[in-house]
Write a protein that binds this ligand. Structure first.
Ligand code: FAD
Ligand code: UDP
Length: 369
């Protein structure tokens, strides 16, 4: 048969487009993924101890978009969470992201927002327009706090100096003068109540959608007749690395189950200056699962290469210039939509990818007959 849409990737980009095209246009959609599961990097599962684990790093859903919450709420109930994390350095836990509580920890006494503002005004390095990840932090809090919390974490995570990364990388982390110690600032913060995988099963449950897992596009492309292709994998791979490989950062996740209720005092602890891992995630704090055991996941940054997943595009000028050459090829490619974090080489959160998929759907939609 000829499918209306062949969709490469069963992550947010691919699943949302399949659902919209099937349910709104009656289109037949074949979704393939080379991994053995749904959900792309948002995949989760209950491990042998019964603990819900995010397989590819913590996935904290958050958004300011009512439309995106409304859309996903067709497929899941929500478990409201305020994502709270700590940073471990200089032999103790610190409130993070930097806020008034962190400032008080630094002073060793109570303080006020006014005093924090006055002090930071002295510490700040005056930079009118921060151009990189070092500048964006030192221009807000000065070098001492930058060196404590950002410099080495960023070097470990990206194997680059923060000066070589766009301001948007470290600029993602809020810095606050009040006591708001939530990691994220978006108005809606929640996890799918039964997990991401359960949500993806529902998104893809439409009878016009078929899913084939463990199926690599490169191996089956000639056999699957289709009218339009939606590609959500790495853009350089699609074009057989014609201009050379795009740089990515990879990770290794090391889970460990422990016979104790909790391991650490928060769902995530960052380690900017100690150890080879960047963070330890204990999702139980967020899911609220009541179990006498716990599972933690240590996250080790790694170079990307054969057998490794391309988890992060690198937000840096030279990588973007190379991406642009591929993007020009993509724009000229007839009958293909390139959607999602890898196909558009963007350090996007889940809600942004859902937004991108819904926008692409509006372009592709055909009136129901
Ligand atoms: P993906 O989820 O990567 O899906 C693409 C799929 O395409 C993959 O499953 C891949 O196997 C498949 N594929 C690729 N090539 C082929 C091929 N040739 N043939 C078949 N299949 C192929 N976002 C948040 O909002 N909050 C967070 O807290 C958060 N934390 C994150 C932590 C980590 C460690 C990482 C890596 C990402 C995090 N994200 C977070 C981002 C989030 O994972 C992405 O925004 C989202 O999952 C991207 O969806 P996608 O569909 O674009 O890509
Ligand atoms: N970062 C840092 N110290 C921290 C946390 C984050 O320097 O304690 C920097 C680091 O460069 C990281 C970026 O801020 O890659 C974004 O952090 P976030 O936690 O949002 O990263 P993600 O969850 O996407 O890996």
């Amino acid at each position: 048969m000829t499918w209306d849409y062949l969709i490469v990737g069963a992550g947010f980009a691919g699943a949302v487009l399949a659902e919209r095209l099937a349910s709104q246009c009656g289109a037949t959609c074949l979704v393939i993924d080379r991994r053995p599961h749904l959900g792309g990097n948002a995949h989760d599962h209950y491990d042998a101890a019964g603990v819900l684990v995010h397989d590819y790093g913590p996935h904290y859903f958050r958004t300011n978009s009512d439309r995106i919450v409304e859309y996903l709420s067709q497929f899941t109930e929500w478990h409201a969470v305020e994502y709270k994390i700590l940073s471990w350095t200089h032999g103790r836990f610190w409130q993070f992201p930097i806020n008034l509580n962190t400032f008080e920890q630094l002073l060793g006494r109570p303080s006020t927002s006014e005093e924090m503002e006055r002090t930071l005004a002295e510490w700040r390095v005056p930079i009118a327009e921060p151009h990189n990840s070092e500048e964006v932090i030192v221009s807000q809090v000065g070098t001492r706090l930058y060196e404590m919390f950002f410099q080495n974490y960023t070097r470990k995570q990206w194997r680059r100096d923060p000066r070589e990364l766009d301001a948007s990388v470290c600029g993602r982390i809020p810095i606050r003068l009040n006591r708001d110690d939530r990691y994220l600032s978006e108005k809606f913060q929640a996890l799918p109540r039964d997990g991401y995988t359960a949500m993806f099963r529902k998104i893809l449950a439409h009878p016009k959608i078929e899913v084939r897992l463990g199926t690599d596009y490169r191996e089956v492309r000639a056999q699957l007749a289709h009218r339009h292709l939606i590609f959500t994998g790495p853009l350089d791979e699609y074009f057989e690395h014609r201009f050379g490989p795009l740089p990515y950062r990879s990770l290794r996740f090391e889970p460990e189950t422990l016979a104790q209720e909790y391991f650490q005092p928060a769902m995530q602890v960052n380690y900017p200056n100690d150890h080879d891992f960047t963070r330890i995630v204990e999702l139980k704090h967020a899911t609220g699962q009541r179990l006498s055991v716990t599972t933690i996941v240590r996250e080790y940054p790694e170079d990307f290469g054969p057998g490794k997943e391309p988890y992060y595009p690198i937000p840096a000028p030279e990588a973007r210039a190379l991406y642009q050459r591929y993007a020009d090829l993509a724009a000229a490619e007839a009958g293909v939509s390139f959607v999602g974090r890898l196909a558009t080489y963007r350090y996007y959160n889940m809600d942004q990818v859902v937004g991108m998929a819904l926008a692409e759907f509006e372009k592709l939609r055909v009136p129901q007959t």
